[in-house]
Design a protein around this ligand. Structure first.
Ligand SMILES: *Cc1c(COP(=O)(O)O)cnc(C)c1O
Length: 481
């Protein structure tokens, strides 16, 4: 673990709780401690050198959303008689997302959507809908989905959870996009949906959705467009007059789209939208139990109790930004990404992967690219590591649009290349989604399981304090240094 990152930086600073304290602590003291931790953690991205993750980074916007959250956080969106606000927030968020995805172009169907807890939630919900809808309308009992290898692991998770066969197809190594002809070969009579990304996580590339749409119509299967990452950003690329392929409901074969409000929608973590061309598909995932002792139970999606506060934050973020706000933020992001891509392309030792307007992905045919990551970490950069081939990417977000970040990138990248060509040993970095690249050796699945275990059972795995009598469940001045 220690060679990956320090999972327990607070163990020396605060007492480690190993049980529920008998007595509560003063709230001011708790808040002071939380402020200390938040300040430390905000410092890790506020310089604008961290890929993705912090899509907004505007603490004033976060404070505004937090106020919206606080007003409704205690309300349960499952109990709509008590909080009709949830019905307003969710309905309007869905309406705004459908509008952005050009649902007005839909003919002969009634568009619909759901607000979920995140991108994975949206993808799971969509795949469940395809499965149940295909079972009801096409009699499919052994369903499969076709996924480009670059599409998100949430589809793998959906296949795993819902008993759907996963057919993974390769992408073109040069364009980093899926070839519709390869997808066509993987489709059979049990295919419930094919998948395309706009854009995919590794390269930010947009799959040829128009061709996939035609294919889906021809073969009578669904087409899910994963816009979790690009859904709230790419539409503004088009509005700004850039050349970006159409990937939304204007294409008649697109049957569902996921788009995360908690990424480029600049909302708080915990919300995403999943949109359906036709209500029948969404309604296939409705769930109810009519004969339960606790009364007739129903929930529109997979989740039970949901926070009305989170619905309020998604709504507030969209309404506070508006189209013009999103467009201006997008303009800055595309400018920075273009400048960073140009910097990458100026070095013959580097090769850019894909042509995304917002993700700068690259590799090297000269040296192991993870040496570049190793060096850039020493200058405070946090890239995401890719594999097959080894690569790095920086998903450009608003913190990178601050003055000086692009210049620092140019200088540090040039220095990193000088470092990388001089290296003979193996680099320390490796490709781990959503984690700092760190040393990976021997048995990878064993290693990953150990990492998860140590994160999830964090407090149980912290070495016990030297004096259990003073270090355990009650804070003491000595242990709280
Ligand atoms: C982030 C992401 C997801 C999954 O979203 P979570 O919010 O992390 O569950 C799905 N697809 C793409 C392309 C993403 O970037």
């Amino acid at each position: 673990m220690s060679d990956l990152f320090d999972a327990h930086p607070y163990q020396d600073r605060y007492p480690v709780l190993r049980g529920l304290p008998e007595h509560g602590r003063p709230k001011e003291e708790i808040l002071a401690e939380l402020h200390e931790m938040a300040d430390v953690e905000n410092a890790s991205w506020s310089s604008g050198q961290c890929s993705g993750t912090m899509y907004c980074g505007d603490l004033e916007h976060y404070a505004f959303l937090t106020e919206a959250f606080g007003l409704f956080a205690h309300q349960n969106a499952l109990q709509r008689d008590m909080c009709p606000s949830a019905t307003r927030f969710e309905g309007e968020v869905i309406a705004m997302a459908l509008d952005l995805m050009h649902a007005d172009a839909i003919e002969g169907a009634e568009p619909a959507g759901l607000v979920t807890s995140g991108g994975t939630g949206s993808i799971l919900q969509a795949m469940l809908s395809y499965r149940d809808h295909a079972r009801a309308t096409r009699g499919i009992t052994a369903p499969n989905i076709v996924k480009p290898e670059t599409a998100h692991p949430a589809f793998v998770k959906a296949a795993h959870l819902f008993g759907i066969e996963l057919r993974t197809v390769p992408v073109d190594p040069v364009t980093t996009k899926v070839d519709p002809a390869v997808v066509a070969e993987a489709i059979d009579e049990n295919t419930i949906a094919i998948i395309g990304s706009a854009g995919n996580y590794p390269y930010g590339s947009i799959d040829p959705i128009a061709e996939l749409s035609a294919l889906a119509l021809e073969r009578g299967v669904g087409l899910h467009v994963d816009g979790c990452l690009g859904g709230w950003l790419l539409p503004f690329c088009e509005e700004l007059g850039h050349d970006v392929p159409v990937f939304d409901f204007r294409l008649p074969g697109v049957t569902s789209i996921s788009a995360d409000t908690h990424k480029y929608g600049y909302g708080l973590k915990g919300t995403s939208t999943v949109l359906f061309r036709d209500k029948a598909l969404r309604n296939a995932a409705y769930f109810y139990v009519l004969d339960w002792t606790g009364g007739k139970y129903y929930s529109p999606g997979m989740e039970g109790s949901r926070s009305d506060g989170l619905l309020a934050t998604a709504w507030a973020s969209l309404v506070a930004n508006g189209r013009a706000g999103y467009r201006e933020h997008a303009r800055g992001i595309f400018e920075v990404a273009a400048a960073m891509s140009e910097a990458v392309e100026s070095h013959p030792e580097l090769r850019r992967l894909g042509d995304s307007p917002f993700v700068v992905a690259f590799t090297s045919d000269v040296f192991d690219i993870y040496h570049v990551s190793d060096f850039m970490r020493t200058r405070g950069w946090r890239f995401n590591g890719l594999q097959y081939p080894n690569g790095l990417h920086l998903a450009v977000t608003r913190p990178q649009t601050q003055d000086g970040v692009v210049d620092r990138f140019r200088v540090d990248l040039a220095d990193a290349l000088a470092y990388a060509v001089a290296q003979e040993g193996a680099p320390e970095s490796a490709a781990i989604y959503g984690g700092v690249p760190g040393g990976l050796t021997a048995d990878v699945s064993e290693f990953i399981e150990t990492v998860m275990e140590q994160l999830m059972d964090a407090q149980l795995s912290v070495p016990a304090a030297p004096d259990p009598a003073s270090g355990a469940s009650e804070p003491t001045p000595e242990s709280g240094a």
